[in-house]
Write a protein that binds this ligand. Structure first.
Ligand code: CDP
Length: 595
């Protein structure tokens, strides 16, 4: 008995902005570019495709239909959304459902699998299917080293990153979004300085975010004020030395000037690699929240925390129920997915990595009247993420009972294996837990799905209370509804006030009561330290990493940025991304103050 073709009668509760985004980029279209499905059809297409995966585990038609209805409601009520490729491609011929991939780049032009040009081809296939790719270029020999076969000299990692960048321009992601990449180079690679400055010219390498992979050894040298070794990736021999501070200063200067490079604390990330017997993390996905092994993939999904606050109270019971349902949804995505490469397909089924995270976190704080940049705000963040992690793992454990643990479980950090589930002192870093998924939690940026859900993005504070949003070339007004409702209720609303807020980008206005000035503090009004504290609180209870931008005012100094980089390391964050207001053209989000 096939599932009903038409969606349930309940319409999706979507804003006009959300419908516009869906129409522009997500809905199936005919040859003339006219949508042939409604947003409701789209959610039903996704719900039925993902629920269908239950059949493999013995579900009946009736059970599948019930699950499809639950998934439909989950998404149409904006309680949870999977990452964009799932919404775009589920139930369609492409069928590629994941947002993040990492591909290896070997030090050979081609070796039939993962040489520079082999991986270039794989990258194009992934971009075509709507996925983003991360690469470590650290295995490539340094610029100027010998190439034995031709007795020429190597052109080095940065030149190949430029090649990947040019190819990205040529292939549009599934015709819907431009390809996004992450380029990583280890701090001990001889070309590190060239890498750090490779994006100084903002018109170059525009399809890459770049991050330097920072090692513990390097951080020790930095602390001690000494130099550190540069290592030739081909011979593993020490080929030079750099002053740690000089390199750090250059990174800080770049981050201050343009927001790049970011840093990726690679040893800290690897401490939590759930499957060290299969390899080490070398890179992350494009936005940095997901360290991945070579040929690894992650399906992301995010729960809208603000949805669960009613009448000033958090409904933890409903939240838990939806965390369970969302975890199952993401586990099903692994089976429903059509991966672009056989290596990726194989690894995804052996480790079953998923990344459940949050969005609408700032909305939840506002509804509870809690200030983001306060001890209570950070404490609530820690509690929310711990809850997502604990409940997500409960469901993953239940699925393991029902469907089996992920095949590499026994040797993973969750398994009983004594050799790789321990830290250097012999202590377990994670409890023994029979899970269906090697990784359950990740906090994504939720750049587009938060617009679909009409909520604040990821764990970020509000960007602004009223602003214009550039969404794929269309400028859309965005006004915070909670703010308007409170202003109207308390009698201090006026159009003039909203205009002033949109223009200046600040809620610090005479008619706004002090309490609300604090609760509605926006990204730029929040001190950078508080951004990092919040990131670190979420990181404590997150398997992977956190997408977080630490915002600085235009007037911030390089020393301000330095302090934040060092604080992030001390607080055991897995990476840092900073953004100084106005330091780049074409910001996706802009308030009147900087546009
Ligand atoms: O909201 P949405 O699901 O579209 O994506 P996101 O949460 O903003 O980003 C999640 C991940 O999707 C990023 O870390 C990238 O790996 C990938 N991505 C991409 O490949 N291309 C984009 N233009 C945006 C995101």
């Amino acid at each position: 008995m096939p599932l009903p073709v038409n969606p349930p009668a309940t319409p999706a509760t979507l804003s006009q902005n959300a419908r516009t985004v869906l129409e522009k980029r997500y809905l199936v279209k005919d040859k003339s570019g006219k949508p042939v499905e409604t947003p409701e059809d789209m959610f039903w297409r996704v719900a039925t495709t993902i629920a269908e995966a239950d059949r493999k585990y013995g579900a009946t038609d009736k059970q599948i239909e019930k699950t499809a209805n639950q998934f439909y409601e989950l998404m149409t009520q904006r309680r949870f959304e999977p990452n964009s490729p799932t919404l775009m491609n589920a139930g369609r011929p492409l069928g590629q459902l994941s947002a993040c991939f990492v591909l290896p780049v070997d030090d050979a032009l081609s070796n039939g699998q993962s040489g520079i040009y082999d991986t270039l081809r794989s990258m194009a296939l992934i971009h075509q299917s709507g996925g983003g790719t991360g690469f470590s270029f650290s295995r490539l020999r340094a610029r100027g080293s010998m190439v034995r076969s031709t007795t020429g000299v190597a052109s080095g990692p940065i030149s190949f990153m430029q090649l990947y960048d040019a190819s990205t321009d040529a292939v549009k992601q599934g015709g819907t979004r431009r390809g996004a990449n992450m380029g990583i180079l280890r701090v001990d690679h001889p070309d590190v300085m060239e890498f750090i400055t490779s994006k100084e010219d903002l018109t170059k390498i525009t399809n890459f975010n770049i991050s330097v992979a920072i090692t513990t050894k390097y951080m020790e040298a930095l602390k001690a004020g000494t130099s550190y070794d540069l290592i030739d990736p081909a011979t593993k021999k020490v080929v030079g030395q750099m002053d740690a501070k000089e390199v750090w200063d250059k990174m800080i200067e770049g981050a201050w000037r343009t927001g790049e490079p970011g840093v990726f604390f690679i040893d800290e990330a690897n401490r939590y690699n759930p499957v060290p017997h299969l390899g080490a993390y070398e890179a992350t996905n494009p936005c940095g929240e997901q360290p991945l092994l070579p040929y690894d993939v992650c399906n992301l999904g995010s729960i809208n925390v603000g949805y669960y606050v009613n009448d000033g109270k958090m409904d933890w019971k409903s939240f838990a129920k939806d965390i369970h349902l969302s975890t199952k949804f993401l586990d099903n995505v692994i089976d429903a997915n059509k991966y672009p490469l056989p290596e990726i397909d194989a690894l995804s089924k052996r480790i079953r990595r998923i990344g459940l995270g949050v969005m609408g976190f700032a909305d939840a704080l506002i509804k509870l009247g809690i200030v983001y940049d306060s001890p209570e705000g950070v404490e609530f963040g820690r509690k929310v993420m711990e809850f997502v992690d604990v409940e997500g793992k409960k469901e993953s454990a239940r699925l393991a009972e029902e469907r089996g643990a992920f095949p590499e479980w026994a040797q993973s950090i969750w398994g009983p294996d004594a050799t790789c589930a321990r830290d250097e002192n012999g202590n377990r870093i994670r409890p023994e837990l029979k899970l269906r998924n090697c990784n359950v939690t990740t906090v994504a940026p939720t750049g587009t799905i938060s617009i679909i859900a009409g909520c604040s993005s990821g764990l970020e504070p509000l960007f602004a209370v009223a602003f214009m949003r550039n969404q794929a070339g269309v400028m859309m007004p965005d006004v915070n509804e909670d703010f308007v409702a409170i202003a109207k209720k308390e009698g201090w609303y006026s159009d003039a006030l909203m205009e002033r807020i949109a223009k200046t980008g600040s809620v610090i206005q005479p008619e706004v009561p002090e309490k609300w000035q604090k609760v509605f503090a926006t990204a730029n009004n929040i001190a950078p330290e508080w951004h990092i504290r919040m990131q670190a609180a979420f990181q404590e209870h997150c398997d992977s990493a956190i997408s977080k931008t630490t915002n600085f005012s235009h007037a911030a100094t390089q020393d301000d940025v330095r302090k934040i980089y060092e604080l992030a390391y001390e607080m055991k964050c897995k990476g840092v991304t900073v953004y100084r207001d106005g330091s780049r053209d074409g910001q996706v989000l802009s308030t009147g103050a900087t546009a």
